[in-house]
Design a protein around this ligand. Sequence first.
Ligand code: IPD
Ligand code: CA
Ligand code: CA
Length: 263
Amino acid sequence: MNLKSVHDFAIKTIMEAGIRIRDSFQEELLIETKSNVNDFVTNIDRETESFFVKKIREFDPAHKILGEEGMGDRIITLDGPLWIIDPIDGTMNFIKQHRHFMITIGFFVDGVGQLGYIYDVMRDELLYAIRGEGAYLGKVPLKKLEPLSIEEAIIGINSSWIIPNQKVNHEKMVDLIRTVRGTRSYGSAAMEIAFVSSGKLDAYLSMRLSPWDIGGGLIIAKEVGAEITNLQGKPFNLLGEDTFIIANPSIHKVLLDQYIELR
Ligand code: IPD
Ligand code: CA
Ligand code: CA
């Protein structure tokens, strides 16, 4: 497979999708809820995924597609070439703020990440990685992450971690918040993964993410030395939902061993 031609195709298609999304603000948005009253999908999420599926089918019909909105294939194995697509990550931000949402895409072959993309549509900022060739923000190569202490860290975390919950001991999370330099919550997993990969955050935790939230980020993170696992320290399950942590490698183990006590 000529990975360079797949990469060129991916960048061109992401840029076209970005223009379509920005143009969509001229039209009325159709909003529906999915699993609960705060879980939204819009016609633009669906239209953007359809756009990617159509373009990928034209590019190479042998490539499989796992997309959040279900317009691709039913995926039960990671064998062969596979695109993992979230057409809009941060739909609530998209609807409410008209910013802070990402297109994120990963391209895998036999379960191994080859190409990863996180595109901030409103800032027109593309973060991408090619396996073994590093990660780039636009044309600028990203540096490997520098070590730091937990006291110096800024952590991406939302309020559900510090109220009593069924997943983790929330008191230990309160300890963590007292220990670190600061916390942030951006409402787009892909954006938070991009921020950890580029050193703007030092870790990001989630109690539940899906493969499309992290597919692109997984490949970018690896190129800069960020560590991604589930909260048990095992590889994230790309065929289902899983818990999630991405961290600067110097604090990944500290977070898992000292602060995240799973119930
Ligand atoms: C969501 C966002 C959000 C995260 C949720 C995701 P969506 O993706 O990434 O930040 O907390 O778990 O489902 O629904 O906007 O694509
Ligand atoms: Ca998502
Ligand atoms: Ca989405």
